[in-house]
Design a protein around this ligand. Structure first.
Ligand code: C2E
Ligand code: CA
Ligand code: CA
Length: 480
């Protein structure tokens, strides 16, 4: 079965009243021993084999892993687990078909297998996930996991091409991180998800916070439904300041969740959940209504400052969006020119046909359209020129980079020049220092929105702030 020595841990499967087979994971296979040697035993062996072995790779499956973990938890010593997830293996299957995918998988398994040591057993955990269980706790588990990831990166052949797959890993030291199979499996999965989130070829060790985050998530999910009905949202407004005149030339409304127990929550905490539960269109509608109310209040005071709101991908792909915006504008009797919608560059590219239809309708209505987080969505200027866009908001990361290096400065300068050549107004997001403001002024950027001018603030403060144009550059005490 394998040239590697037999691992000490085995497990037993009672097949019937008289017969018990013991299974030992060895290398890529299993050693099965029974207390009966009659002819029919062969059949029983095959049955036992099917239960615990992955037919493609010959590795132990999740059940085999469970048996070993149960045996390990009964001892009084630590053991460790590395859960390896192949990165984008689905793409290989999609592009080359399952037969080639299977061959690739076998090559990967053989590479990982040769990187394992005697005390380690490799299991096929699920389609593209493999678990390496070590009977001994590893002092530097992250290093061990990195070595296993490196093994995955051994080039393999796909049809005529040689490709290198990647992997991420979640690690656990048990029993510290879990002493029951189901719990261990769940937590190893959380660690792997965390690793995948941080990019390819990364390792994440399980931390109790990971479980708290998922618990928090499900609690928030429940509470979010109440928040939507219970009016717990509010909008802050962040001023946009003209670099030429120092005047407040607009404001962006940003949502906050005034949570009855948890205090003021930033959108980063709950918008992802809202998106998952399909609540974004409802939230965007609420924001629209509230923004129009602000615009009415401003107009009543004789101040015609435009306000911008953010649109989610879901809204942008909503066929009725333009119709709804038109109705809301006419109900509120607000001049459409005072309403601006911000669309993240990435969202624009999600479904080009629908977004271009929605944007054209909004544009015809007189609504201003700006591209948010520009530079992060990998679109080309040529492509952008096809959309009816009026404003380009350079993403904060580029504005920050200006202070760090010459190249960063050149990129922003290039973006501003190109945007102007397309007759777009340019807003620099997230400027935090006077130095950045000076640079942006020199580059002829039109508008700045960032902490250096003001943080997001309650609407009433914004009205006051706009009235004191030039004067007030200190962040509002109320902002979060
Ligand atoms: P965004 O549209 O890019 O909004 C700008 C974000 O950058 C805001 O974060 C703002 O507080 C922050 N910011 C502004 N200036 C600075 C600065 O100088 N330094 C730093 N570090 N940050 C700065 P916020 O309010 O947490 O919003 C985060 C994101 O949530 C927004 O990014 C937007 O994508 C989304 N969002 C916020 N409100 C809404 C909403 O009402 N509807 C929808 N669909 N999305 C929203
Ligand atoms: Ca925005
Ligand atoms: Ca932005």
């Amino acid at each position: 079965v394998s040239r590697k020595p037999l691992t000490r841990i085995g497990f037993s499967i009672p097949l019937n009243r008289w017969m018990l087979v013991r299974v030992f994971p060895v290398g890529t296979g299993m050693l099965i021993m029974a207390n009966d040697a009659s002819e029919s035993v062969v059949k029983q062996f095959q049955l036992a084999q099917k239960i615990v072995m992955d037919p493609l790779t010959g590795l132990g499956n999740k059940l085999a892993m469970e048996q070993q973990i149960i045996a390990l938890t009964k001892r009084d010593r630590s053991f460790s687990i590395v859960l390896l997830g192949l990165d984008r293996f689905k793409d290989v299957n999609d592009a080359h078909g399952y037969a080639v995918g299977d061959m690739a998988l076998l090559e990967v398994v053989s590479s990982i297998q040769s990187a394992t040591v005697a005390a380690e057993t490799l299991y096929r955990f699920s389609g593209d996930e493999f678990a390496v269980v070590s009977e001994a706790a590893d002092a530097d588990l992250a290093l061990r996991a990195s070595a296993l990831i490196q093994a995955v990166k051994h080039p393999i052949s796909l049809n005529d091409a040689r490709v290198v797959l990647g992997a991420s890993a979640g690690t656990m030291n048990c029993p510290r991180d879990g002493d029951e199979f189901e719990v261990i499996v769940k937590r190893a999965g959380l660690a792997l998800r965390e690793a995948k989130k941080s990019g390819r070829d990364t390792v994440a060790a399980y931390k109790p916070e990971m479980e708290l985050a998922t618990q928090m998530r499900s609690v928030l999910e429940g509470e979010l439904r109440t928040a939507i009905d219970g009016n717990q949202f509010m909008l802050m407004v962040q001023p946009k300041v003209s670099l030429a005149t120092g005047e407040v030339v607009g404001g962006e409304v940003l949502i906050r969740w005034a949570h009855p127990k948890r205090g003021m929550l930033a959108p980063g905490v709950f918008l992802g959940i809202a998106e998952e539960i399909g609540a974004m269109v409802t939230i965007d509608q609420w924001v629209l209504k509230q923004t129009l109310q602000f615009l009415t209040e401003l107009s009543d005071q004789g101040r015609h400052i435009p306000l911008s709101m953010n649109l989610s991908v879901d809204s942008l792909n909503d066929m009725y969006l333009a119709e709804r915006v038109a109705k809301a504008l006419s109900d509120a009797k607000v001049n459409p020119r005072l309403l601006e919608v911000e669309i993240p560059e990435g969202a624009l590219m999600f479904d080009v046909k629908v977004s271009s239809k929605v944007l054209t309708e909004l544009n015809e209505m007189g609504v201003t359209i700006s591209i948010d987080d520009f530079g992060t969505g990998y679109s080309s200027f040529a492509y952008l020129a096809q959309f009816p866009v009026h404003v380009l908001k350079i993403d904060r990361s580029f504005v920050n980079d200006m202070s760090n290096n010459e190249a960063g400065k050149k990129i922003v300068k290039g973006m501003i020049r190109l945007a102007h050549s397309l007759s777009l107004e340019v807003v620099a997001e997230g400027a935090e220092t006077e130095e950045q403001v000076t640079m942006l002024k020199r580059m002829k950027c039109d508008t700045v929105q960032g902490y250096v001018m003001a943080k997001p603030m309650p609407f009433n403060d914004f009205v006051r702030f706009a009235g004191n144009a030039h004067a007030n550059t200190t962040p509002s005490a109320f902002s979060i």
